[in-house]
Design a binder for this molecule. Sequence first.
Ligand code: FAD
Ligand code: NAD
Length: 475
Amino acid sequence: MSEAYDVIVIGAGPAGYPAAIRAGQNKLKVACVDEWKNFDGTYAFGGTCLNAGCIPSKALLESSELWQRAKHEFSAHGIAIGDLTLDLPVMQKRRASIVKTMTNGITALFKANGVVGIQGHGRLLPGNRVLVTGADGAEKTLQAVHVVLASGSTPVRLKTVPHDGHYIVDSWNALEFTEVPARLGVIGAGVIGLELGSVWRRLGSEVTVLEAMEQFLPIVDAAIAKEAQRHFNKQGLDIKLGAKVSAATVAGNAVDVRYSDAQGEHTLQVDKLVVAVGRRPFTEGLLADGTGVRLDERGFIEVDEHCRTGVPNVWAVGDVVRGPMLAHKGKEEGVMVADLIAGHFAEVNYRVIPSVIYTAPEIAWVGQTEQQVKAGGRAYKVGTFPFAASGRARAMEAAQGFAKIISATDDDEVLGVHVIGPMAGELIGEAVLAMEYSASTEDIQRTIHAHPTLSEALHEAALAADKRAIDGINR
Ligand code: FAD
Ligand code: NAD
């Protein structure tokens, strides 16, 4: 007889593991199957985010930022530290140990919430059964009332740029470099390209980023993108827009990259080449014939707004379904599904999902850009406040960038909030909460913000939307 569960989750990334935990909290009998293996061959829960994405990248962004500040900013504080030395093995050991602590944490959370964690491959069979193949190749079939598919995503590869994991690499390899490459090429000036480009630039690489689009960061509000580009150029990230890569070949210990742009054909020689041109949904080996689960033309599992696949009691969440490929979006979907299965009310507010790019300065936003509001035709007002006028940002030696709020003229609704500056990713939380609770711009204006904090920039931007800023000049 097969083992039976109320819920089986396939995938223990930030979409799958919260689904399993919430199902456990809802007193459902739940198992979570995951096949992630690290480079050393060990299994680990946590998916891309914990093992090869959000967490290791932020560990290195933090370390490299400290290195950068020690080198270039401490002197402004009157702190002289003489010659600095970079110990990359220690930096990488710290990164690996943070990852291990976090992934082990999931095992502990599973235990605490009654989730049976299974390491191995899961395949959905017709009739809501899951075939699990364990590390030793042994197979067993589990029966479920509900199955949640949370198999995540994988990097897009370019045919003309053959991945070899050493010279031509993806973001995961680029997080585990054991030496600082003297010359680093990055294809794609998206979130990964900018974050990883920043890490290695700060640690000393000469970084060239080749971006196919003519426009820099088109997903971001145009004023923010312009400010960001100015800072990245100043930091020495050589971002080439409109660059179409035609080939990359490994020659000796280097990679020759051929690309063309408006100026003509070029060859770039680098020591490592990171391909960061987006991610695609991962469903290889996930669905047996006859399950009825449908994929769209881009390979995403088709779901409705409640993450139902259309097959009774089969759900899908996270990067493998439509919407932004963000850990927190997947988490909310996972929790929603586990609550719906238990018969509770649950939904995800897809209009209020924050985004953060963890560069320096950081970039964060929620809601619509000014360009989107304009295209929608609704009358709007804009308030901005520069961190140059923030006492706290000055004290931090981080008085770069600005906060921007876009609000409807008719009813004062907050339509979008955009921040480029210190701790932007933390600051955006206030804007997310305000929009989630349908706060008006006046509500933010009337909310007391502690002084001196960075959050005053959002307060002043809200005041500036009505030309009532106190610490900035109203234009
Ligand atoms: P995944 O995290 O990909 O997890 C899916 C899991 O399912 C994996 O463990 C996989 O092995 C397993 N699996 C797949 N198929 C099967 C199967 N058949 N059987 C068993 N197991 C299976 N997002 C943010 O919000 N913030 C960030 O700062 C951020 N930084 C990132 C940095 C990098 C370098 C990268 C690459 C991504 C980053 N992301 C970030 C994106 C984030 O990692 C993803 O949005 C998130 O991991 C998606 O979660 P998921 O659970 O849907 O999928
Ligand atoms: P992305 O979509 O952010 O950026 C890819 C970039 O590559 C785009 O600018 C695109 O125009 C460019 N591009 C595509 N094909 C190209 C080509 N052939 N030549 C040159 N440029 C090309 O994707 P990403 O940076 O790979 O990140 C993947 C996903 O991971 C994103 O969806 C993102 O949401 C997620 N992620 C999030 C964070 C975060 O939240 N801070 C960090 C990293 C990754």
